[in-house]
Each structure stands twice: as structure tokens, then as C-alpha cells.
Design a protein around this ligand. Structure first.
Ligand code: ATP
Ligand code: MG
Length: 550
């Protein structure tokens, strides 16, 4: 791939881990995890985290677990888990163990009981509203709950009751007893269990209480023997809590949390919560809509795992949040497909051309290279005949200045074939152009025309042999780089993010191509055969334009 960055990305996390290994920390083990909540499909931000976690463990001969952080049964589903597994595998990574936070529910509960016995946790019976008020703010210290001094025995009894289902949701929570005056709000007696009487797809109806993220995450890391727990910046202020829980429960492992800047990408949104809105409201065609920044959407759009990994290499990993331009992503797939995609011709919006100088039933077979500078990619045959299609936009009756394509009375070269001249424009009763009558110069096949310059070259497809195809051209999903800055991000949707060409015509060689096959359509961009394709009618997605149009 041209422009490929260094194979081993260097960044502050890698440097830290290199030092840890050199210092014999964690017995030189590098064990990481990728811990998605199965409440939606993975997006490009997750790809950054996946590449970092799996990539770094691979480099240091360690391992990575895929762990479902499945502590909120309201929003999670097995469909999401299956999609997440598929996406991680598709990116080319292998997890050591497939883990579920719910597998640790018994252990987590035992630790909680011990915390209560040690007078480090208590059951609070304030309402969530009151808890919020008592918590204080960034400038005000919090106030202790009147229930803070409940005896461990009382708390333990209530906790048992919460677990058994004796209470309604919201009646009680279990809180850590840390410091209501802490300058870090996360340390002001955070709740670690809440009552939730929801069926869980793995633990069934066993639990009426579910542990919260901050409590679950650090303990899951420790239980699995994770050494380096890499997460995004918003958890920086949670690190003291992460460490507090581990110090006060004493699980076997000693993981360490390190934060890095999350990925943000212009003209799109990277948040499952936002993406789910677009999917459920039908604004897009499912989680794998090729306009979405989901891994499934990018796959359907024609991105390769290599291009996504290359993107993660190019953006790097830093301590601060970065907003990346869309071109950075697009250039990764463009650079790859420029090398690897066979060339084809396709006409999106066809205009018929009749070569009046060509005998009615004559067909000439032309052999055309599949790639301009990769002879090993071979060649294919295309048919030249009396009737052809060209792109409607390649002809102008009233051409703008410097128009180098076909005009009335002008000449143009048909790619890999003859020079033709437009002799006559045929219109319907309403004045729409329906056909062009042209003549060809038989001496121009593979040769320059005698005594004159023909600058323009346009693509074409034989009308007799071309096959009808539906071609979908995508544009940015949002019309502003920062859709989340709008009052309502759905107001920033680009109404022209999809253009469908239903009467497109492609070379017959595309018949029977399977979903995922990628091509360059000459002069148009890179394209991929869509999963909705049939043997009769290919459906083709544009991956990316040849050059950046924005
Ligand atoms: P979302 O807001 O999209 O739901 P999340 O952080 O809630 O994202 P999780 O399923 O909890 O989603 O994420 C799993 C892992 O992916 C976490 O370790 C998280 O830090 C990481 N991650 C999520 N979004 C990004 C991002 N934009 N850039 C880098 N890493 C991310
Ligand atoms: Mg989350």
C-alpha cells in the first residue's frame, strides 16, 4: 500500500508498556481487553481501541480478551454481541477468551458483602433525586446521607433483601463509603449496585440487582488478570475509584488503567447512543448502512480491514481527543484500492451514442489491461459496437469554457477505443437529448489521430453487451463537520447523502461478481459489489471518489 505508515505504531502507551516489560513489571506480561457494552454495533472509535489493545498485546507476545460489559440488561442484546464478535474477527484480531462481566456477578457480590462487613459500603435509601442533591457540585462539597452510618449488619440485611427482590427499583442502592468531601465527585460515595428487576439474557432472573460500571470494570480486569487497562479520556477522573476498589477488595490481579484520547471524526457521529437513533428512526438503512461509521457500515461500503487498521496507524494514539478529517479515512482506502482494484468501465447516467459509421451488426473485441501499471493483474475483453452508452455529463450542447469532453461537432476519445465526432443531436418533443449520432475515425485505435489534437477521453459501455446495474453513490451523512454542535444533530443530516442510479450500465465482466469484490470504475471512483446484488442485476456501492471532492 502506498503511503503506509510504520508497521509498529509508536505512542505514549507503547512506550510505557515497553518500559514495564523492561522493568519486569507484571512478570513481563502484557494482557489487555476490549470491553464493549453490547448495546449497539461497533464504530470506528471502537476500531481505534481494538487496534490499540490487540495490536499492543500482539507486539509484546501477550493476549487480549474480548469482554462484554453486560451489566445493563435493558439495552443489551445477543444480536449486538454477535455483531461485535463478527466485527472484531473481521478486523483480523483473535481474542484469548470471550468473557462476560455477568460471569463475575457472584464474585462481585461476594466482594460487595465483604466491603459492607468492612464498613466500606452501605445501603442508602435516599431517592436518586436526593442522592444527586447531597452529592454537591464541583464547587461545593457533598453532604453525607442520613443512612451513611447504618450498621454493617443493617446494610447487609438490606443488601440481601435487594438481591432477593424484596424491594422496588429505586428504593435502595449500595454505595461505597469513601469521602463526601472529596474534590473528585466520583469519590463521593459512588453507588455500586442498583435494583433492577430485568431479565438478563445470560443470568436469567437470578439477579434483582446489577453492579454499576466503575465497580464492575476494575474487578473484571483484575479477575481476568489484565495488566494494562486502556480506556478513553473520560475515565481519567474515575481512575482513583478504579484503584480504590481494587485496593479495598484485594482480588488477585493488579491491573493499571491508562487513558487515551477518543477518536472523533468530522461529518459523522461516533456514539452508539446517537447511531441507534439514526437506525431506529429509519434515517439510515440499518446498522450496516454504508453511510454509517460503524464497522458493519464500512465493510458494506467497501472498506477493507487493512484500510481501517491503516487509518488507526495514521491517526496514532495521544493523550488528547482529536477531531480527524474525513479525508484521512478516505485516503486510506483510496491508496489501497489504487493499487489493488481492477479497472472497469461503468456508466452511471447513460446517454446513447450511435456510431453511424459502424456497420449494424459488427462487434469488435478489444483487449484491455485490468490495471495501468500492474501487468500481473491481466486483461479482459470488452466489445465495441454500433450502439454505446456514455455518461450524460460527458456531453454538453452549450459547453462551458475549457470543456474537454464531447460537444456538438467536436471530437473525443472513447477510452481504450476510437476517437469519435458528434455529428447530430437527437431530441424528443420536449427538447431533451435522447441520442447522439457520431462517426468514428478507424485509424485511431491505439494511435493518435492524424494532424489534430484530441484532448478528452471519456468512458463508455457497449449498449448490446452492457448490463443494467443499480449504483449507489454516497456522500457525507451530515452537512457540518460537528453535527453534535447542532441543537438537534438530526437537523444536520445531509439530505443528499445517497444518490441511486437505477439505470446504470456496467461492463458484462461484472456479471456474477460476488459481494465485496472491488473495482475502480474509470474516471468515477472505487466501487464494491453490494450484498443486495443478484446474479442478474449487480448492485454496486461507491466506496470513495478518485480524488477528494470536498
Ligand atoms: P459509545 O459512546 O459509542 O457507546 P462507549 O465508550 O460507551 O461508546 P463501549 O462499548 O463502552 O462504548 O466501548 C468499548 C471500548 O471502546 C471502551 O474501552 C471505550 O473506551 C472504547 N471507545 C469507545 N468509543 C471510542 C472512541 N471514539 N475512540 C476510541 N475508543 C473508543
Ligand atoms: Mg459505554
Amino acid at each position: 500500500m502506498t503511503g503506509e505508515s510504520d508497521a509498529t505504531p509508536n505512542n505514549f502507551i507503547r512506550q510505557m508498556i515497553e518500559k514495564d516489560v523492561a522493568n519486569n513489571k507484571h512478570n513481563k506480561l502484557v494482557a489487555t481487553r476490549f470491553p464493549p457494552e453490547p448495546n449497539g454495533y461497533l464504530h470506528l472509535g471502537h476500531a481505534k481501541s481494538i487496534c490499540l489493545n490487540f495490536g499492543i498485546a500482539e507486539e509484546f507476545d501477550g493476549w487480549t480478551n474480548l469482554r462484554f460489559d453486560d451489566t445493563n440488561p435493558d439495552k443489551e442484546s445477543e444480536e449486538y454481541m454477535a455483531a461485535i464478535k463478527r466485527d472484531v474477527s473481521w478486523l483480523g484480531f483473535e481474542w484469548k477468551s470471550l468473557c462476560y462481566a455477568s460471569d463475575y456477578f457472584d464474585q462481585l457480590y461476594d466482594y460487595a458483602v465483604q466491603l459492607v462487613k468492612d464498613n466500606l459500603a452501605y445501603v442508602d435509601s435516599l431517592s436518586s433525586e436526593e442522592i444527586r442533591t447531597y452529592r454537591g457540585s464541583l464547587t461545593e462539597a457533598g453532604q453525607p446521607s442520613p443512612y451513611r452510618n447504618r450498621s454493617p449488619e443493617q446494610s447487609l440485611e438490606l443488601l440481601e433483601g435487594m438481591k432477593k427482590g424484596d424491594f422496588e427499583e429505586g428504593e435502595h442502592v449500595l454505595r461505597l463509603k469513601i469521602d463526601m468531601a472529596s474534590s473528585n465527585i466520583n469519590m463521593r460515595d459512588p453507588a455500586i449496585y442498583r435494583i433492577k428487576k430485568t431479565h438478563h439474557y445470560r443470568t436469567g432472573d437470578k439477579w434483582n440487582i446489577y453492579p454499576l460500571y466503575d465497580y464492575t470494570h476494575c474487578l473484571s480486569d483484575a479477575i481476568e488478570g489484565i495488566t494494562h487497562s486502556l480506556c478513553t479520556l473520560e475515565f481519567e477522573d474515575h481512575r482513583p475509584l478504579y484503584n480504590w476498589v481494587l485496593e479495598n477488595t484485594g482480588p488477585p490481579g493488579k491491573p493499571e488503567q491508562t487513558e487515551f484520547g477518543p477518536l472523533n471524526l468530522e461529518y459523522t457521529v461516533l456514539s452508539k447512543r446517537k447511531l441507534i437513533q439514526l437506525v431506529t428512526s429509519g434515517v439510515v438503512d440499518g446498522w450496516d448502512d454504508p453511510r454509517l461509521p460503524t464497522i458493519a457500515g464500512l465493510r458494506r461500503r467497501g472498506y477493507t480491514p487493512a484500510a481501517i487498521k491503516e487509518f488507526c496507524n495514521r491517526i496514532g494514539v495521544t493523550k488528547s481527543a482529536a477531531v480527524i478529517e474525513m479525508q484521512v479515512l478516505e485516503n486510506c482506502i483510496r491508496d489501497e484500492l489504487n493499487e489493488t482494484a481492477p479497472r472497469r468501465m461503468a456508466v452511471l447516467d447513460p446517454l446513447k451514442v450511435v456510431i453511424t459509421t459502424w456497420p449494424q451488426d459488427d462487434i469488435e473485441t478489444l483487449t484491455v489491461a485490468n490495471h495501468p501499471n500492474q501487468p500481473e493483474m491481466g486483461s479482459r475483453n470488452i466489445q465495441f459496437g454500433r450502439e454505446l452508452y456514455i455518461e450524460r455529463s460527458d456531453f454538453e450542447e452549450v459547453p462551458p469554457p475549457k470543456f474537454k469532453r464531447l460537444i456538438s461537432g467536436g471530437e473525443v476519445r472513447l477510452r481504450s477505443a476510437y476517437v469519435i465526432k458528434c455529428d447530430q443531436i437527437i431530441k424528443d418533443d420536449e427538447g431533451n437529448i435522447i441520442e447522439l449520432h457520431c462517426s468514428h475515425d478507424p485509424d485511431t485505435l491505439g494511435k493518435k489521430p492524424e494532424g489534430r489534437k484530441v484532448k478528452g477521453v471519456i468512458h463508455w459501455v457497449s449498449a448490446r453487451d452492457g448490463i443494467n446495474s443499480q449504483i449507489k453513490v454516497y456522500d457525507r451523512l451530515f452537512n457540518r463537520p460537528d453535527p453534535l454542535a447542532a441543537d438537534d444533530f438530526t437537523e444536520a443530516l445531509n439530505p443528499d447523502s445517497l444518490t441511486v442510479y437505477d439505470s446504470a450500465v456496467v461492463e458484462p465482466s461484472l456479471k456474477g461478481e460476488v459481494a465485496g469484490a472491488r473495482f475502480q470504475f474509470e474516471r468515477q471512483g472505487y466501487f464494491v459489489i453490494d450484498t443486495a446484488s443478484t446474479p442478474e442485476q449487480p448492485v454496486v456501492n461507491r466506496v470513495v471518489s478518485l480524488k477528494d471532492n470536498w
